[in-house]
Design a protein around this ligand. Structure first.
Ligand SMILES: C[S@@+](CC[C@H](N)C(=O)[O-])C[C@H]1O[C@@H](n2cnc3c(N)ncnc32)[C@H](O)[C@@H]1O
Ligand SMILES: [Zn+2]
Length: 276
């Protein structure tokens, strides 16, 4: 519930704390900046001039929800949950999407509350219901995050944008960041058959370069597993990848039609730990 996490949120205009308005329908700061709580339970804390153009569309979100719900990436959720520090109380998921990984972390942390942060309201409609101890907040990862300095014991970031300075600011000293990024082996068969651009072999290096100046690297592990995907799931997983993957849609559809149905594909991710 959003109410459980309001204490961690700040106003995107003036940076002061937020409280729930007496009628329960909005959050408000002492300067009376007011943010309506959507019927679906999330709140937008984007400053007025921001746009939501980079977020996932309703169709992309529905496809991802079905894909994750089918359990294809369960090993990733399990690895993340196993790596979560047991004493974490406040958990943020930056670029949370539907809240699938945040829910997995909260299941492993019975005393914690979580906040799903994402720029897509379509994703957050689902994230707001992803877990009873989670709230969902629309914001832009490339702007100051609308959460208090040092409030987070744990931040998770799965296939999503990473803003080093803000990740450092919102973590408490000693707090943990867990990131999940694809390795060059991720979906290698699809990359080959569908002529997609593969994962940059220096992704690991770039991750360290982005976060290194702000947080201390504390190890990583690789997780390789196979997934069996029907053509719908193949389309979803291609859509979930970086936009650079998108080739000509007609050619892509034709190549997908030529794949076995279902097709066995390798999944491969790096789970990295950083500490403030
Ligand atoms: C590939 S998806 C991953 C979602 C989720 N972590 C998962 O793995 O299911 C990337 C997510 O980042 C979000 N996103 C993209 N740009 C963003 C931004 N500037 N600020 C916040 N979220 C953003 C998208 O809306 C999307 O939900
Ligand atoms: Zn304010």
């Amino acid at each position: 519930m959003l109410q459980d996490v309001v204490e961690y949120l700040v106003c995107p205009h003036c940076g002061q704390g937020l409280t729930t308005a007496p009628d329960g329908g909005a959050l408000r700061c002492p300067e009376r900046h007011t943010f309506d709580i959507a019927r679906q339970g999330y709140v937008s804390l984007l400053p007025g001039d921001a746009h939501t153009g980079t977020g996932d569309t309703a169709a992309m979100v529905a496809a991802r929800d079905a894909f994750l719900g089918a359990g294809h990436y369960t090993p990733v959720a399990e690895a993340l949950a196993a790596a979560a520090p047991a004493d974490a109380r406040c958990v943020l998921d930056l670029g949370a999407g539907t809240g699938y990984y945040l829910a997995a972390a909260l299941d492993a942390l019975p005393a914690a509350h979580g906040i799903a942060l994402d720029i897509s309201k379509f994703a957050l409609r689902r994230a707001a219901r992803a877990h009873p101890r989670a709230g969902a907040v629309v914001c832009d990862a490339w702007r100051p995050l609308p959460v208090r300095d040092g409030c987070a014991d744990l931040v998770v970031n799965v296939f999503a944008p990473r803003n080093g300075p803000e990740l450092r600011r919102v973590l408490r000293p000693g707090g943990t960041l867990l990131t999940v990024t694809p390795t060059p082996r991720h979906l290698a068969e699809l990359v080959g058959e569908l002529k997609l651009l593969g994962v940059d072999g220096r992704k690991e290096e770039r991750l360290a370069a982005t976060l290194g100046p702000h947080l201390e690297s504390a190890g990583s592990s690789e997780h390789d597993f196979a997934v069996l995907l029907d053509h719908e799931a193949v389309r979803t997983v291609v859509g979930m990848g970086p936009s650079a993957w998108h080739t000509d849609p007609a050619a892509l559809a034709e190549r997908i039609a030529g794949l076995p149905d279902p097709v066995r594909v390798s999944a491969s991710v790096t789970l990295s730990r950083f500490v403030r």
